[in-house]
Design a protein around this ligand. Structure first.
Ligand SMILES: CC(C)(COP(=O)(O)OP(=O)(O)OC[C@H]1O[C@@H](n2cnc3c(N)ncnc32)[C@H](O)[C@@H]1OP(=O)(O)O)[C@@H](O)C(=O)NCCC(=O)NCCS
Length: 177
């Protein structure tokens, strides 16, 4: 879990950004592709739009994630080339994986983008022989909990004051076998 604790130490507190008016994007298809260091600026910007109230991944967090060898990262790209979503997963030495973050641009939400990235991640993990994927989610983030439950994750425990602002999390797990 050294990777995870390093990531947590690189969080910054919530960065206030201006409220934006969300206009749904034109209908488009999405392709899930690897996310690499050359997309660092774009993913940082999208991350700030996705996570307004909690710990934000900073430039340093992403730099760290992009240079760690045991990390899978994908982006969902709309037909116009815009990054619509991102996901990062840590591969642990014990044969499990840890979904550290997933976000979808507000104008592309509720179109199956997160589901499609989760499906992509799972297929890649199965090829690598990973049997279990775990994640933490804020107790107040019912949207994300609904997504994970819909994709077969179960809540196994509540961890008190997991986040820096004192909010608890649910630990959710999915078996890939
Ligand atoms: C959570 C998040 C990634 C979902 O992305 P998305 O692309 O809109 O999700 P999908 O369209 O793939 O949704 C799949 C299913 O998840 C559930 N779901 C997703 N958004 C939901 C919402 N706002 N309300 C209720 N259920 C929702 C539904 O079951 C949905 O299936 P349905 O549309 O057929 O009903 C996105 O809302 C987001 O980026 N939120 C901010 C960042 C965040 O909280 N990340 C998770 C951190 S743990």
């Amino acid at each position: 879990m050294a990777v995870l604790s390093t990531i947590r130490s690189l969080f910054s507190s919530a960065i206030p950004i201006e409220n934006e008016t969300i206009v749904p994007a034109p209908l488009t298809s999405y392709a899930v592709k690897p996310l690499t260091e050359k997309h660092a600026k774009e993913v940082l910007k999208l991350n700030l739009r996705c996570f307004r109230n909690g710990e934000n991944y900073t430039k340093h967090t992403f730099n760290y994630l992009f240079t760690e060898p045991n990390i899978l990262s994908y982006q969902a790209i709309a037909e116009d080339g815009q990054m619509a979503g991102f996901v990062f997963v840590i591969l642990n030495k014990d044969g499990t994986a840890h979904l550290t973050t997933i976000g979808v641009a507000p104008e592309h939400r509720r179109r199956g983008v997160a589901g499609s990235m989760l499906g992509h991640v799972e297929a890649a993990l199965i090829v690598k022989g990973i049997s279990t994927i775990v994640l933490e989610v804020r107790v107040q983030n019912v949207t994300a909990q609904t997504l994970y439950t819909r994709f077969g994750y179960s809540t196994v425990k509540r961890i008190t004051k997991y986040y820096a602002d004192g909010e608890d999390c649910y630990l959710m797990v999915k078996s890939l076998v």
